[in-house]
Design a protein. Sequence first.
Length: 153
Amino acid sequence: MYGADSSKEEEEEEEEEEEEEEEEEEGEEEEEEEEEEEEEEEEGEEGEEEEEEEEEEEEEEEEEGEEEEEEEEEEEEEEEGEEGEEEEEEEEEEEEEEGEEGEEEEEEEEEEEEEGGGGGGGGGGGGGGGGGGGGGGGGGGEEEEDKSNMVQI
């Protein structure tokens, strides 16, 4: 009987050992699963961080692109402004020249009027600068009496 009891105890002990081993293996598997889950979570967080960084970089690139566009527009406006100023200066010079021509014409007309009483001279053509004023009316052409021959009494 003693031998039978001991063999049963041995079997039970072996079974218990096997169960313990199985439990240990299960525990190890659970630990491995937990570790894998943690790693996945960490990777997920890293992925989110990378996405955020990429988004920030894209935003920065967009801002830089907008700044470059603004700078280009400003440069174009400056160039256009300079061209506009040059055109204005040229126009002013032309107006001055026209004004001088108008003054010359006026002087010529005045000289003609002084020489003989004719009809009124036409107004001088004036460009934007200083347009010539209208010519004065000519002398009526009436002959004045020559009083030099009259004898004083």
